[in-house]
Design a binder for this molecule. Structure first.
Ligand SMILES: CC(C)(COP(=O)(O)OP(=O)(O)OC[C@H]1O[C@@H](n2cnc3c(N)ncnc32)[C@H](O)[C@@H]1OP(=O)(O)O)[C@@H](O)C(=O)NCCC(=O)NCCS
Length: 108
C-alpha cells in the first residue's frame, strides 16, 4: 500500500509461521498503526499485545510521541486495554464502524 516503503512492519511468529502482523506508518500526527491482525486460531493468546509492546520499544527509541489508528469498534476494547484513548465519534469505512484510538508514547 502507499507508504509501505517508509513504514515499519512487524510480524509475530509461532514455530516459524507468521501468525500476526502490524504496520507502523510515520506521519505528521505521529505514527499510524495499520493492518493489525492476528490469525483467528491464535487470537486471545496475547499475540497482538506482544507485537505492540515490541513495536513500542523500537518506536520509543526512534522518538515516536504518539501512535494512532482507525480502530474497528469491534476491537476498541483491545486498544483500550493496551492504554489507547478512544475518541468519541464513530465513523464508517467500507461498511464497518471505526473510532480513532491514540496512545501517547512516553520518552525512553
Ligand atoms: C483485534 C486483534 C488484533 C487482537 O489480537 P489478539 O492477539 O487476539 O489480542 P490479545 O490476545 O493480545 O489481547 C490483548 C487484550 O485485549 C483483549 N481483546 C482482544 N481482542 C478483543 C476484542 N475484539 N474485544 C475485546 N477485548 C479484546 C484480550 O482479551 C486481552 O485482554 P487482557 O490482556 O486484559 O486479558 C485480533 O482479534 C484480530 O486480528 N482481529 C481481526 C482483525 C482486527 O479487528 N484488527 C484490528 C483492526 S482495527
Amino acid at each position: 500500500m502507499q507508504g509501505d516503503a517508509d513504514a515499519t512492519h512487524f510480524g509475530a511468529f509461532c514455530d516459524g509461521n507468521l501468525v500476526g502482523v502490524g504496520s507502523f506508518f510515520p506521519g505528521d500526527e505521529g505514527v499510524r498503526l495499520r493492518k493489525l491482525a492476528v490469525a483467528p486460531e491464535f487470537q486471545g493468546h496475547g499475540v497482538a499485545r506482544a507485537l505492540l509492546q515490541s513495536a513500542l520499544v523500537q518506536l520509543r527509541a526512534q522518538g515516536c510521541g504518539q501512535i494512532w489508528c482507525h480502530a474497528r469498534v469491534s476491537a476498541a476494547e483491545f486498544y483500550r486495554r493496551l492504554g489507547f484513548d478512544l475518541e468519541a465519534g464513530v465513523f464508517q469505512k467500507r461498511g464497518l464502524d471505526y473510532v480513532i484510538a491514540r496512545l501517547e508514547v512516553c520518552p525512553a
